[in-house]
Write a protein that binds this ligand. Structure first.
Ligand code: GLU
Length: 480
């Protein structure tokens, strides 16, 4: 099999539900892979066994699939570069640790958490960046053995060559330079034997043939460490692009406090995948075209050069905007499924379809569809002040004419309006608005031509009578 031209990946740690920040990372990588005609790979970074849970893995796979972000390599699909769970790659890591040790580039470190914390504190107090002080960097084999014999379990540290500058071209942020003197030797294997993030993340990208890594800016300072590791192991490094974080109104990283919700929560409240994808694709990536696009179109127009480096502000209003666009473009079956069963059954399949067609432009969420169902198919809810004013202005006579027009034309809206116009002599707003209020209880809403035939003549009659009574009462109270 030929290797794909390009490979991107999403590499979540399965420690919780997917939220908008990490889904956007997944989306950008999936779009870039499609754009480059390559593979999108899913790798589960579960080296931290205590915090990782199988249930989270299943949930994030479900979320990605629901969004249409299918992976061409990864759990359940496999591929030549597997396994795709880091917890199953320990043996591979051991071989690479051996290589680094053989090259004198890694050493066991016996420093305790307390010792390290103390050293950090001292350095910070002296105004220096906290770095590993090098306590174990030059232990001879006897000293190492003595400590092992005492039953101490070491971490493994990577030796960072001092006095160098690590340079790389970030696909989003441009040229980056980091001095190794500010990095210091870092842990690549924890004392419990598990791989540290810097290490497993970088070597797996190389082993899996990942060519492009788009990830959050919070990983920017990890990159020089990872490049040093890859260089020490003669492994290829990917193109890195660090995307600006999503922030809330106050400029702080997006969190629940800003109303951000997990993908699962959004799905439960009725958001459609297309809405989420269109919103997130534009959060930190510029598209000249503001119309709703499917994933293929979003991918075809995805450009690394259009990734912004300014923080992307989360805006619930925008998300809702894309939801309305997505609902308007979606198949009627999506909305039919939102309709409470009681009304679907009452209308029958054809009636339900006609109902959806009538109200869909006014619906963004399942709750709104339920509300329109109740409003149009059950008793007229109480009128608000605006609607009441319309009824009072129309007056008793208007509704008497309307009741007679109904006798004559039935629920054929065109014929009904023609008869009412002829008899009442009302026109324009004065004709249509009171009819709208009588039928729907509101001053705005779906096309009446589509709504009226969905209602029985008896229900329309009852609503017209209710409005007539209201107008009568108002007239009486006005002393006329
Ligand atoms: N497991 C890391 C995370 O979830 C992956 C970071 C990366 O994309 O390199 O933050």
């Amino acid at each position: 099999m030929n290797a794909p031209a390009a490979k991107t990946r999403f590499a979540p740690s399965p420690t919780g539900r997917l939220h908008l920040g990490n889904v956007r990372t997944a989306l950008f990588n999936a779009l870039l892979a499609r754009r480059l005609g390559g593979h999108f790979l899913l790798r589960i970074e579960d080296t931290d066994r205590e915090r990782s849970a199988e249930a989270h893995v299943r949930a994030l796979e479900e979320d990605l699939r629901w969004l249409g972000l299918d992976w061409q390599e990864g759990p359940g699909v496999e591929g030549a570069a597997g396994p795709y769970f880091q917890s199953q790659r320990t043996q591979r890591y051991e071989t690479l640790y051996e290589t680094l040790r053989d090259r004198g580039l890694a050493y066991p470190c016996f420093c305790t958490e307390r010792e390290l914390a103390l050293s950090r504190k001292t350095q910070l107090a002296a105004g220096q960046p906290p770095r590993y002080p090098g306590t174990c960097a030059h232990l001879d084999s006897e000293a190492v053995q003595r400590r092992l014999d005492e039953g101490r379990t070491p971490t493994l540290r990577f030796r960072v060559e001092p006095g160098r500058v690590v340079t790389f071209d970030d696909a989003v942020k441009g040229t980056q330079r980091f001095r190794t003197d500010e990095i210091g030797d870092f842990i690549i294997r924890r004392a419990d034997g598990s791989a540290a993030f810097f290490f497993s993340n970088a070597v797996d990208d190389a082993a899996m043939g990942v060519t492009h890594v788009l990830r959050g800016e919070d990983h920017l300072t990890n990159t020089p460490r990872q490049l040093l590791l890859l260089e020490a192991l003669d492994l290829a490094s990917p193109v890195y692009g660090h995307i600006a974080m999503i922030v809330g109104d106050d400029g702080a990283p997006l969190s629940k406090r800003h109303g951000s919700r997990s993908v699962a929560e959004l799905r439960e409240s009725g958001y459609l995948p297309l809405a989420i994808n269109n919103y997130l694709a534009r959060l930190g990536h510029y598209y000249a075209d503001n119309s709703l696009m499917d994933l293929d179109t979003l991918a075809a127009r995805f450009e690394l050069a259009q990734l912004g480096s300014a923080p992307a502000r989360y805006d619930e209003q925008q998300l809702r905007h894309w939801q309305r666009e997505a609902v308007a473009a979606s198949d009627a079956s999506v909305l039919e499924a939102w309709m409470p069963a009681e009304y679907r059954e009452r209308l029958g399949p054809e009636g339900a379809r006609a109902f959806i067609a009538a109200v869909r432009a006014n619906v963004g969420f399942p709750g709104e569809l339920a509300e329109w169902s109740r409003r149009l198919l059950d008793d007229l809810p109480p009128l608000d002040d605006d609607a009441r004013a319309v009824v009072e202005a129309a007056g008793v006579g208007f509704f008497e004419h309307a009741e007679r027009a109904l006798d004559e034309a039935g629920t054929d809206y065109g014929a009904f309006i023609a008869a009412l116009k002829r008899d009442s002599a009302a026109k324009g707003k004065a004709l249509f608005l009171p009819v709208r209020v009588a039928l729907t209880g509101l001053t705005r809403g779906p096309e009446l031509g589509a709504v009226m035939p969905l209602m029985s003549a008896a229900r329309v009659r009852q609503r017209l009578a209710t409005c007539r009574t209201l107008a009568e009462n108002a007239a009486a109270a006005g002393g006329q």
